[in-house]
Design a protein around this ligand. Sequence first.
Ligand code: ZN
Length: 332
Amino acid sequence: MDKKIVLKEMTDNFYSVHDMEAAKKLDAFLPGKIFDAHMHISDRPFYTKDILKFSDYYNDSAPLMGNREIVCNGIATPYTELRDKNERQKLTDFLVNELNMYPQNVGEIHVRPDDTEEDIEAQIIQHPGIRGLKCYHLLADRTDTFNAGIEEYLPEAAWEVANKHALAITLHMVRPKALADDDNRSYIKEMSKRYPNATLILAHAARSFAAWTAIEYVGELTGCENVWFDFSGICESTGMVAILNKVGVSRCMWGSDWNVSMSAGKAISIGGTFYWITANDIKNFNSKTDFHTYLVGTENLMATREACILTNQNEDAVEDLFYNNAARLFKR
Ligand SMILES: [Zn+2]
């Protein structure tokens, strides 16, 4: 990259000196232009902020990313209130307003389980930058939504519309075993085949917070050309290594998962499951040796870098992962 990258001085108390040490390593690794394929836009509180706007994102990203040009896919953030169509419209209005202010960016509207094709089309026509659909288990009609099957929160109408307009669908799978769950896997294979013009993005490296779920099963998706992966939120390299090895870099994209990225902590594989180490957990950690943590966003970027090192990705492949693939998918 010819352009000189300037890392911004630490401007708030989120980033520690350890994050800033990591930023130097990342600076030597990251390309000059970034496409963040998974960050959140919201009209109401989520994690560290009351609302989530592109301008806040750019401020928060600057200490790690320097003055790199960043294009975003702003994902409408899920809430149970979105079961109400009017609440969903408010969120879409907010997203449209953000896209008007940042026309280089794209966005994904939220779909509801009982949406018809007409409902979804009426949402996507509200801005030309709307290039995808987001679904989430919280809207499934049951109390234990973490056990919902994909069809309970992603209506087939979404596939119809995505197929017709060549849109992406971002899916954060649930159920304890994620991709290792037979129903999840057969749904993905069947629907991606039935709707070849839609692109299914398996968020969080096929939600492989428990890395073995991707390592053991992602090979079954090698031939599903319209199934892609975003690497957002994942803090360990192993699941990403499996995806890069079995599927290849061309269907993989980096994403920050902002503003989840702004909390201290890390998602780790443990036993056959995973655990989110939070700032509260860290307060109770004792260590006889030198110990520090990063923000989730720093952990994710360092793990992504590690996955690229371990799978020998060259500079062009890293550019594909961090920019070109998403630009191609979202038509930017
Ligand atoms: Zn997310």
